[in-house]
Design a protein around this ligand. Structure first.
Ligand code: GLA
Length: 393
């Protein structure tokens, strides 16, 4: 979903968005809102199969300062990139017309207007420290910050579920990425110390405690710097395989296929479609097992499930890449108790659940392995579950 490959500023260097807004637009904003990126702990490519996912909101956010205007002009500016102020008119918003990061706020405005909500003209300044293109849902962080702001400013009274569906509409029909509901659900419903266990069929969510520190662990994110886009074909082709599999098996969605059904399914599907289906079916099962373990022994017990998820994404779903595999394998070989790629694939980030005393060894080994392989230097940082979207001033 990302295109620019730029990275937002580190958390410590965040700008005073209100002051910067005044400087850029010549007046104070009506407020500042923020929404986090997410890490998916487990449950990859299961959301659009009406299955289960277990993401959490991270402590990196997109922030927007917004002021309502008294005309139908929308002016957008970000603190990064070199696009300058982008100005447009509400009535001219059409899918396929926006460029770069502006697709995300404009997509949300478009989706709200499609729902009949009277969005006014506005000035908007964006700042984000969710790394772009890293598979941490920087685009959904922007969309969720914007929709939270517009829900407040228009008094539309949208529920979290309404906002999830409106941002999905923005992604699918305005941005052109046929993605599911996981990322925005994590960004809107996340909570400190918890992962969001989401049933993507009925969209019910339950917060599951997930804290690494008491278990003597850290969750490392290894951003491979391989940038990806979910609007350029690979994601859509996997989704099409899943839909074909469900159709041939005569079910509404792959959610309805159990692990025990796989043997029979192998005789009904072509070899590639079968492997795509097997990934989704076993991944749903791994999510349920992970939730069970987090409710019992805790995070130190989930490593093998993370490893199995990666193997399935690499071999059956075929959406990993050499950099992600190297990050995962090197982390495991140097003390991580479980590791996997996270997000939509074809690049982005891996996560490695690592004992605190092995953290430095894993970091050093991954950096060295990337250098030795001739890959770009990865960015490695820790994340922990954080709060979902909110107004901050
Ligand atoms: C992207 C999409 C999500 C989900 C993941 C894969 O992040 O936005 O809806 O499909 O890929 O699990």
């Amino acid at each position: 979903m990302q295109e620019t490959g730029q990275t937002g500023p580190a958390p410590a260097t965040r700008v005073d968005l209100g002051a910067r807004f005044e400087q850029e637009f010549g007046g104070a904003p009506d407020g500042v809102w923020q929404a986090p990126g997410r890490v998916n702990l487990i449950g990859e490519h299961t959301d659009y199969n009406e299955g289960f996912v277990l993401p959490f909101a991270i402590d990196r956010t997109a922030r927007v300062a917004v002021a309502v205007r008294h005309d139908s002009t929308v002016r957008l500016l970000s603190t990064y990139g070199d696009q300058g102020v982008v100005s447009t008119i509400l009535d001219s918003l059409q899918p396929g017309t926006a460029k770069g990061w502006t697709k995300y706020p404009l997509g949300v405005i478009w989706a709200l207007r499609e729902r009949g909500i009277d969005v006014p003209g506005l000035d908007l300044l964006l700042d984000s420290n969710v790394p772009l293109g890293a598979g941490l849902s920087s685009s959904h962080a922007i969309e969720c910050a914007v929709i939270t702001a517009l829900n407040d400013l228009t008094g539309a009274g949208l529920s979290a579920q309404d906002m999830v569906l409106a941002t999905q509409r923005a992604e699918n029909d305005f941005v052109g990425a046929p993605t599911g509901i996981m990322d925005q659900s994590a960004s809107l419903r996340g909570s400190g110390g918890h992962a969001v266990f989401l049933d993507c069929r009925d969209q019910t969510a339950r917060l599951v405690p997930f804290e690494t520190q008491p278990a003597g662990l850290v969750l490392l994110v290894i951003d491979t710097k391989v940038s990806h886009s979910h609007s350029d074909g690979g994601y859509a082709s996997r989704r099409a395989s899943c839909e074909l599999g469900a159709e041939v098996l005569g079910v509404k969605a792959l959610r309805d296929v159990e692990v025990a059904d796989l043997e029979e399914a192998s005789g009904l599907l072509d070899e590639v479609t079968f492997r795509r289906v097997r990934h989704v079916v076993t991944e749903n099962d791994r999510v349920l097992q992970t939730v069970e373990l987090l409710g019992g022994p805790g995070p130190s017990a989930i490593g093998p499930l993370l490893d199995a998820s990666h193997a399935s994404l690499r071999d059956d779903f075929e959406i990993s890449c050499p950099e992600l595999d190297l990050a995962v394998d090197t982390s495991r070989a140097n003390g991580a108790i479980g590791a996997r790629m996270t997000g939509g694939g074809f690049g982005g980030a891996a996560i490695a659940l690592t004992p605190v005393d092995a953290e430095q060894k894993v970091r050093d080994a991954v950096v060295k392995a990337f250098t030795d392989a001739g890959f770009a230097a990865p960015e490695i940082f820790t994340v922990s579950p954080a709060a979902g979207a909110t107004r901050i001033s």
